[in-house]
Write a protein that binds this ligand. Structure first.
Ligand SMILES: [Zn+2]
Length: 309
């Protein structure tokens, strides 16, 4: 009898203890529960989304509109996009005309959060596109400028989530360090290549900033946006340039149709060196982050330029 009573008592006590512990555990866990501290934000395209994740870490939930291997220039926002951004506090965009569809999306969505243009305060390079001088929107191809973009992102996140400001500042600092390492590494890859051989042909004018930073000339049949059509005269000129100068570094891009580049390469009797990741990350494991994307491009470009005459 005694034995049974003791055992029953133990079990009752055990139940109380368990319930108390559970309540205590829940009380401890709830304030720190993931969904309570996560700041919902959106980013217009995959590369920017990755940079926001790098700075925001575990404190942010990032929704991406234009995904990997997709072309932001010709994107058409959908009602689903309006729903996707509606619950977010911040919407990170590139600006400089990169997201031509943004005014339409803003109008359709009456976006209640704050629009953050990450290139604000950075001086763009300009280029002539179809006779007009325009800012080159592909600033993300210059890791030096991406350092400032990361700081702009950290500042915006800190304003929206002041409790995380030290966290964001620390992560932005680490990311700047990774970008510095990337720039040092890229300079080493390009160093052995004489300036005269530093020429690359690709689909559209996405690599002007990279070219400016590392002393490389990029040629492209399509202009600053993939929306523009390459004229027959421009294509014929490019083929002449390739034949005359002996350019062998010819690339397709992950976001655009490879047919034009393949035709130019065939007519100029050169082979296509593979793919560069221009305006988007990829499903492909070699470019699922911006740091990987940049490494792949530098490695591919440096290897191909060695064959230029
Ligand atoms: Zn582009």
């Amino acid at each position: 009898m005694f034995g049974l009573g003791q055992s029953a008592g133990k079990s009752w006590l055990g139940t109380v203890r368990f319930a108390t512990l559970l309540a205590l555990a829940l009380a401890l866990v709830s304030p720190a529960r993931a969904q309570d501290t996560h700041l919902p934000v959106a980013a217009s395209f995959s590369i920017l989304s990755d940079i926001v994740k790098a700075v925001g870490g575990d404190r942010v939930d990032v929704t991406t509109l234009v995904g990997p291997d997709q072309d932001t220039h010709v994107y058409e926002p959908t009602p689903a996009d309006v729903a996707k951004i509606s619950g977010t506090k911040l919407f990170f965009v590139n600006g400089l005309g990169f997201e031509g569809w943004m005014p339409r999306l803003m109008k359709a969505s009456h976006y209640p959060g704050k629009l953050v243009t990450v290139t604000n305060g950075l001086k763009p390079r300009t280029m002539v596109d179809e006779g007009r001088t325009v800012p080159d929107p592909h600033m993300f191809q210059d890791p030096e400028r991406v350092k400032t973009m990361a700081d702009n992102i950290a500042a915006a996140l800190s304003r929206a989530d002041p409790a995380g400001s030290a966290y964001y500042a620390e992560r932005a600092k680490n990311y700047r360090g990774a970008l510095d390492d990337l720039i040092t590494w890229a300079n080493k890859q390009f160093a052995p290549i004489p300036p005269a051989r530093r020429v690359v042909l690709t689909s559209h004018d996405a690599f002007g900033y990279l070219g400016q930073r590392f002393g490389i000339r990029f040629l492209a049949p399509e202009g600053v946006s993939t929306e523009s059509e390459a004229s027959a005269r421009d294509v014929a000129n490019l083929i002449r340039v390739i034949r005359r100068t002996g350019i062998k570094a010819v690339f397709m891009e992950n976001i655009s149709n490879p047919r034009l580049i393949q035709r130019i390469a065939r007519d100029a009797k050169v082979s296509v060196d593979g793919k560069l990741y221009s305006d988007a990350l990829s499903q492909n494991p070699e470019a699922t982050t911006y740091l990987q994307l940049f490494q792949h491009n530098v490695r591919a470009i440096a290897n191909a330029m060695k064959d230029n005459r």
